[in-house]
Design a protein around this ligand. Sequence first.
Ligand code: NAD
Ligand code: IPM
Ligand code: MN
Length: 345
Amino acid sequence: MPSIAVLPGDGIGHEVLAEGLRVLAAVAPDLTYEHFDLGAERYLRDGTTMPDDVLERFRSEFDCVYLGALGDPRVPSNVHAKDILLGSRFKLDLYINFRPIRLLDARYCPLKDKRPEDVDFVVFRENTEGLYTGIGGQFKRGTPDEIAIEQEINTRKGVERIIRAAFEWAAANGKTKLCMSDKANAMRHGHDLWQRAFKEVAAESPGITTSHLYVDVLTMRMVQAPESFEVIVTNNLFGDIVTDLGAALQGGIGLASSGNINPGVAALFEPVHGSAPDIAGKGIANPLAAILTAGMMLAHLGRAKDERRIQNAVQACLLEGLVTRELGGTLTTRDAGTAVLDALR
Ligand code: NAD
Ligand code: IPM
Ligand code: MN
């Protein structure tokens, strides 16, 4: 009986996770859950962001964490989100941020004449270092002489293991094209390390055709020729940016799912989108990203068939136009969840 820690977080996190949980109850009734009250409300109530013992429990007692989103305009410093989301990624060492970009229905692609088979790749985003560690500082803050330094961390271990994970996934999933993206022409120290690690790992994988694109060119190619990609590996910040672009290609941020994974140790699954304060509480958020994320979590638990069932049900809803407003439909969050449940039956 796999056990899931549920962390809805803030804003639409609550609304979309509720639908993901209904789908999970239908597809995998044997899962057990414990809900965690962490997020902006809790922080504003008693100052708690992410207790160490909760992180320890995520590691030792649960098979997966299922998370909604974090971010609330009442906490402008975003300190709770940093502690909860980045804290989980860093302290559980979830070094793979796995983000598939898959168009399920051509109608929702903003590019002209692209079919589902043209937009079908995955991004391996490094998830524990890069520009995200918070290393740096401010000096003479608020004065005309102020200095702000944000350090980019690239370790041999960190870079090599995400590149290796991308190659291993490609080999295990019948993919033959792998592209690494960096900005080594401008960032000559850290991204030179990426280049060297990539060449070394690539040399161990003769069955895979490798390529390299600077990240500016990558964004252009993703729009002009998404069909040229199967697997992309890149650093933390670039991975964040290109997966929102990828989300747009697959029909919007309301359809993009992700897994934060340290194989064999711990995993946290969340939609790529945020807490969407502009629509939170209105019952109109698209729950399909959270539902597809639930499917990804089941695949991680060894239930790939259940993930396919969920994907097929979501695809059927997209085909029928049974979708929320931002995709041109009329459904509420709840009705969109119900439509997926109906399609499953
Ligand atoms: P966002 O993803 O929350 O919203 C961007 C736009 O997309 C908004 O117009 C929003 O209404 C729309 N949108 C997002 N999800 C949607 C859905 N499921 N259905 C329909 N429309 C949807 O990004 P943002 O506005 O930059 O960030 C809001 C807050 O969320 C910030 O505090 C940010 O830091 C946080 N955030 C958290 C995560 C996370 O928890 N993983 C990810 C991204 C942003
Ligand atoms: C994401 C989000 C986060 C990130 C933010 C909320 C820190 O944008 O998961 O894509 O940049 O990783
Ligand atoms: Mn993001």
